[in-house]
Design a binder for this molecule. Structure first.
Ligand code: GTB
Length: 216
């Protein structure tokens, strides 16, 4: 059955793979599933046809036969459950990997998203410069804890899993801030993830690099 995902028609990041379709593409590449991509304008994302798939009018979505999913974490989890290669077979190791998937999205991504939102929406406000150190402090706390746990390991818990896939895409969102480089083992971890052939294929499969600002 054909898998179709949605992505930005014109990505604000200029093709750097920062939007959340990238984690879905990467998961599909890891498990060797071909997929189609439906590109959406910002206007189309808010129209009834897309809202029927995604209640919040966002990307990514995932369609396969009569199944339609939204939320990148749920989509990656679905892919990992249906196909070998992204979750361990051992039940306890599998439960730990799923725990790390939640940790990536709930605990580590949250302060990183706060930083992005502050930059985009409050960057011109008088309080922004004062607020940023507090947000960065919360990020550093999480990164310090994560760095301590990862130590010298290649991946979070044994072999590469969907947890690493999500965590790497979350940490990538700090690229350009210089914060990640304060934690060499985390920088190395992200580099290892990005060096995986499936990551490269997913990145390269993104549509043409968009340089223009989003329209409509
Ligand atoms: N929790 C949802 C999930 O994980 O799927 C969040 C989905 C989400 O935030 N989607 C964003 C979206 O559709 C795209 S990824 N935004 C449009 C809207 O809400 O109207 C967030 C994103 C967008 C762009 C960049 N970038 O250009 O760097 C990075 C991240």
């Amino acid at each position: 059955m054909t898998i179709t995902i949605t992505a930005f028609e014109r990505s604000p990041d200029g093709g750097q793979g920062m939007a959340r379709d990238m984690r879905v593409r990467w998961a599909l590449e890891e498990v060797g599933q071909p997929y189609d991509v439906r590109l959406l304008s910002f206007k189309a994302m808010k129209e009834p046809a897309h809202l029927a798939l995604h209640p919040f009018g966002q990307i990514p979505t995932y369609e396969e036969g009569d199944l339609a999913l939204f939320e990148s974490g749920a989509i990656v989890f679905h892919i990992a459950e249906r196909h070998a290669g992204l979750l361990p077979d051992d039940p306890n190791a599998r439960a730990r990997a799923i725990t790390w998937m939640f940790a990536a999205l709930n605990t580590v991504e949250s302060p990183i998203v706060d930083r992005e939102v502050a930059e985009y929406l409050e960057g011109d406000e008088t309080w922004y410069e004062q607020r940023l150190p507090f947000i960065d402090g919360r990020i550093r706390k999480r990164l310090g804890e994560l760095s301590g746990r990862l130590g010298n390991a290649d991946w979070l818990d044994g072999a590469f899993s969907a947890a690493d896939l999500l965590m790497v895409t979350v940490l990538r969102r700090l690229e350009g801030s210089a914060i990640l480089e304060e934690y060499p083992n985390l920088s190395g971890y992200v580099a290892r993830g990005k060096a995986r052939p499936a990551y490269r294929r997913a990145f390269d499969a993104q549509p043409a690099v968009f340089t223009a600002a989003p329209t409509g």
